[in-house]
Design a protein around this ligand. Structure first.
Ligand code: UDP
Length: 500
């Protein structure tokens, strides 16, 4: 689906409002949704805050200008200072300490009031709002304006179903031991997890009110849009549809909405490395010889963990095996920088360190890529699946441990690094929870080695890549589902109008 499939000739195009949650893992796929909807002939209004708007402006400009697609971009204020957040703290990746997440969510509900004022004042004829499930306030706003609303769930269906079943059977309340493996009841692809791995914020007593809001809004929504595809998660999707009794439209892999190098390179925010230099470095490497190491936008490694990762990469790398390692701005410090510069000296020619933001979708799509060490955030995981890249899985928190089970046990395209507990359990002093350099080395070598087992893993990954591409092509399952979302939005608005 690119600009060429734009059917703007529709005299009465669907008008769809998008309201993403302000975190990279939620904002990036919603920009892709904007691109896809617009290229299918819908008129899109994308609502966010000034700091987020500045980050994604280049992507939105490229949708509007180069492809001449109709995306209206609306910026509304986010009152960080009113709730005690530093000015400009408008994205979860800018939150410096976990205590600030609660004020952030408060500012988000104030933002909801801004959205309501805006929508009321502009008296929209919108057919539908597609909103991130974290923006639970959208339900009340949409209902007060009689606009149908559809939830966008960012994680895998496997995880969403798992969370749904755990809640339905009240499993976590009944388990005392955080570290005992148990089977998630009714999950079509049975896997074992620990309570410590699947406890999310929603399950904590201090978040009960917010969780209830999210569940209430999920119930009132007309349907669910997901970043997955039918052929990848068929049994989970079928079961989830039965459980919630609503339409569920998988429309991914959303990353494949970015066809040209430029749009891949500018996803999320501007790359911290010159993409031309990066590409020529990758071009100089043999196919399947580079391991990409990156842990998304939120999880942060303490220096003790960074050193272990570095030691593992250094001992695994050779003239045949190279790496690209992303060290986030929030992980960097003078101490880290001193260590890194010596590390770079020792690994010259075999590896590259990117400090800050990497053009991940571009890197994963390069033929030199042989593996991806990932924290199993769903976007990263699914981007690797869409690119046919095998993974070394190192989950940190949230949905990531469940995604790891999907990758390692169900799809069998990954090898677990061996992390058993969420990152916030890592004790820097005792080293408990730390993954040692030796374990990093072993898993890198295992993923990159092309023995019989490695060959099979790669074969499965390549098959999934082909299925993913087909799903997004004209006539493919995700392509058709997107058209159904647009048709549904138009029909639903009419149905509400008739009921009034
Ligand atoms: N990402 C990127 N460059 C980076 C770090 C992350 O492009 O240096 C993108 C990545 O491709 C993915 C998103 O940021 O689209 C991260 O989402 P994910 O769900 O993987 O993890 P989260 O950041 O939410 O933990």
């Amino acid at each position: 689906m690119d600009g060429s499939s734009n059917c703007n000739s529709d005299p009465n195009p669907a008008h769809i409002i998008l309201i993403p949650f302000m975190a990279q893992g939620h904002m990036i796929p919603m920009v892709d949704v904007a691109r896809l909807l617009a290229s299918s002939g819908a008129l899109v209004t994308f609502i966010t805050t000034p700091v987020n708007a500045a980050r994604i402006r280049p992507s939105i400009d490229s949708i509007e200008n180069s492809q001449r697609l109709p995306v209206r971009f609306v910026q509304l204020p986010f009152h960080s200072a009113d709730v005690g957040l530093p000015a400009g703290c408008e994205n979860v990746d800018l939150i410096s300490s976990p205590d600030l997440f609660k004020p952030f969510m408060k500012a988000l509900s104030l933002f909801g009031e801004q959205v309501k004022l805006y929508l009321t004042a502009t008296n929209p004829t919108a057919d539908c709002i597609i909103f991130d499930s974290m923006n639970s306030w959208v339900g009340a706003v949409a209902e007060s304006l009689n606009i149908p609303h559809i939830i966008f769930h960012g994680p895998s269906c496997f995880y969403i179903l798992c969370a749904h079943l755990l809640k339905k059977h009240q499993v976590l309340k009944r388990i005392d031991d955080d570290y005992k493996l148990f089977k998630v009841p009714e999950l079509p692809e049975p896997v074992e997890v620990m309570k410590a791995q699947v406890m999310s914020l929603k399950d904590r007593p201090e978040w009960e009110k917010e969780s209830e809001e999210i569940y209430k809004t999920e119930k009132s929504a007309c349907g669910v849009v997901m970043n997955t595809f039918e052929e990848l998660e068929k049994s989970s999707l079928d079961k989830f549809r039965k459980e919630i009794g609503k339409k569920v439209w998988p429309i991914g892999p959303l990353s494949l909405a970015n066809k040209d190098l430029d749009s891949k390179a500018m996803r999320g925010k501007a790359s911290s490395i010159d993409t031309g230099l990066l590409l020529s470095w990758l071009d100089s490497k043999a196919p399947n010889s580079v391991m990409f190491v990156s842990f998304g936008s939120l999880s942060r490694n303490p220096i003790s963990q960074l050193v272990q990762i570095g030691q593992g990469l250094e001992s695994a790398s050779s003239s045949e095996l190279s790496f690209i390692w992303v060290v986030k701005e929030a992980e960097n410090s003078e101490e880290v920088e001193n260590w890194l510069s010596e590390f770079e000296e020792r690994t010259k020619g075999m590896g590259m360190v990117i400090r800050g933001w990497a053009p991940q979708a571009m890197i994963l799509g390069h033929v030199a890529l042989g593996g991806f060490m990932t924290h199993c955030g769903w976007n990263s995981t699914f981007e690797a699946i869409a690119a046919g890249v095998v993974m070394a899985t190192w989950p940190r928190f949230g949905d990531q441990f469940v995604n790891e089970r999907l990758v390692v046990d169900v799809l069998r395209i990954g090898v677990a690094v061996g992390a058993k507990v969420p990152i916030f359990y890592v004790d820097e002093m005792s080293g408990e929870g730390l993954v040692k350099g030796e374990e990093v080395r072993k898993v890198v070598e295992k993923v990159m080695t092309i023995d019989e087992e490695g060959e099979e893993r790669r074969k499965r990954a390549k098959e999934l890549r082909e299925k993913a591409r087909k799903a997004m092509e004209e006539g493919g399952s995700s392509f058709e589902n997107l058209k159904r979302v647009i048709q549904f939005a138009k029909g639903e608005k009419k149905a509400i109008g008739m009921k009034l």
